[in-house]
Design a protein around this ligand. Structure first.
Ligand SMILES: Nc1ncnc2c1ncn2[C@@H]1O[C@H](COP(=O)(O)OP(=O)(O)OP(=O)(O)O)[C@@H](O)[C@H]1O
Ligand SMILES: [Mg+2]
Length: 259
């Protein structure tokens, strides 16, 4: 299952003690069903704000945002969210964590358990189903978090620096797994990362955001860069590195101009 995302003229204003802050403005983006979009940009440019609006945790101050053609009216099981901190329930086993969503949506205990086990297999954690999150490494907990989102069969996966806290080896292992899952299940993914390499490795398109309150302009989309590299990506290939360089220049342009 997957769904398209439509964002037009989005803006988000936050009220703070020192007045209103226009965090993002004039953000327009269409993500096709089954597309993998990565969002990169300097700290404070509004990446998480955009994701939180898509998740339904924040309301837009202006503009239009729809998922599968419907306006967002709060969090929902059609949109699965994965953050940097895994957000697992520490008092539930790994299996219970993954079965939680399906159970809550009314699936029988046995069916929820079977769904959980299928998704634990997808992320390679079958042997750890009975463990508690605190007994797993960070990379394993993050895989549980991904399995938990997949178990809800979301039309859209929203991921905010999900691998940011992991070591390089675990991170590249999870990148490979996520790409395989996304390709085979055709999910729509919006994935925020500070790693341009990760963005180019994973995404069909890379959205570059710039600006942010500390730059005196609201966060906005600087460019959208297609990644025409096919499915078998080699991070050492010249074409891969050329794209990395192009995106890096776009990310750093405005910051350099203001500094
Ligand atoms: N609840 C809030 N109240 C006031 N300002 C906020 C709030 N949430 C975000 N902001 C402001 O909105 C801007 C964008 O923040 P956001 O968290 O979206 O940035 P980001 O691109 O995700 O940064 P990072 O890479 O550091 O995670 C920042 O200036 C931030 O201070
Ligand atoms: Mg953020």
């Amino acid at each position: 299952m997957s769904a398209e995302i439509h964002i037009a003229g989005l803006e988000k204003r936050f009220a703070t003690a020192s007045g209103d802050v226009l965090a993002v403005a004039d953000v327009s983006l269409d993500v096709a069903a089954g597309e993998f979009v990565a969002v990169v940009g300097a700290s404070g440019c509004g990446k998480s704000t955009l994701l939180r609006i898509l998740a339904g945790f924040e309301e837009p101050s202006g503009g239009e945002v729809t998922v599968a053609g419907a306006p967002i009216s709060g969090p929902g099981p059609d949109r699965g969210v994965v953050f940097q901190d895994y957000g697992l329930f520490p008092w539930l086993t790994v299996r219970e964590n993954v079965a939680y969503g399906p159970s809550r949506r009314g699936m029988s205990r046995a069916a929820a358990r079977a769904t959980a086990d299928a998704h634990l297999e997808t992320v390679g954690l079958t042997r750890f189903a009975q463990r508690f999150p605190g007994e797993l490494s960070g990379g394993m907990q993050q895989r549980v978090a991904i399995a938990r989102v997949l178990a809800n069969d979301p039309a859209v996966m929203l991921m905010d620096e999900p691998f940011g806290a992991l070591d390089a080896l675990t991170r590249s292992d999870l990148q490979v797994q996520l790409r395989r899952i996304q390709r085979s299940e055709g999910r729509t993914v919006v994935f925020i990362t500070h790693s341009i390499e990760e963005a180019v490795y994973l995404a069909d398109r890379v959205v570059v955001m710039t600006g942010g309150a500390s730059h005196g302009v609201p966060g906005h989309i600087r460019a959208v860069v297609p990644v025409p590299l096919g499915d078998d990506r080699d991070v050492t290939a010249p074409a891969f590195n050329a794209l990395k360089r192009e995106i890096s220049e776009l990310v750093h342009e405005r910051t350099a101009a203001v500094a």
